[in-house]
Design a protein around this ligand. Sequence first.
Ligand code: PEP
Length: 233
Amino acid sequence: MIIAGNLKTNHTRASTKDYIEILNKFMYVNSIKDKVYIFPPFTAIDNFITNVKVGIQNAYPTESGSFTGEIGFSQIEEFKIDTILIGHSERRHILGESNELIQEKFNFFKEKNFIIFYCIGEPLEIRKQGLDAVLEYIDNQLIGIDLNYENLIIAYEPVWAIGTGVSASVKEIKETHLALKEKFSKPLLYGGSVKPSSVKEILEIDEVDGVLIGTASWKIEDFNKILEISKEI
Ligand code: PEP
């Protein structure tokens, strides 16, 4: 099982260090066998000594250069990070990232052999039109993405479920994942308001290979609870 936490714009350098230490200890003491990934904010990235895999939430597809406010490969390489989130809905919809830029990022970090968490998912108006519309929307997000790339992990994250407290239903997740798994054979995570109270029923869906968690990963107690629950599945 893959369990990933996206800290987004939360936690400081100091609190991330504590978070990772507590998490690492919890995983050791409880013999957690999941693959656990944490995506801290840029300023908190460090050479952590941990079994938790630390990834980057975003980067510009460049070695280095003049891209004010962005970081490139050379800044990431310094910390030996080889995992990145690409296509997250907040970058697509709040920060206005186009499919073209997302493809460029994908291809750049694929060349670097990164583990890529590629996020896909539809807004509410598309979901309201039914599964066919959802799949058509997602097909567009998959254009130019090499679905055979060996280090690819895909996260299905309906936009309307992200940060809203309302997860997609088990039925919606199951039918969407079933249909997506006909398009590619990569690990497929669900993301969108997963909480300690809902993670069991979501991880029990056969077509779910793990979860990408935002809000419920910010408090280490909640994230550890999720790991504890995942152990029973
Ligand atoms: C996310 O941002 O990837 C996410 C799933 O957020 P949340 O769990 O808060 O919905």
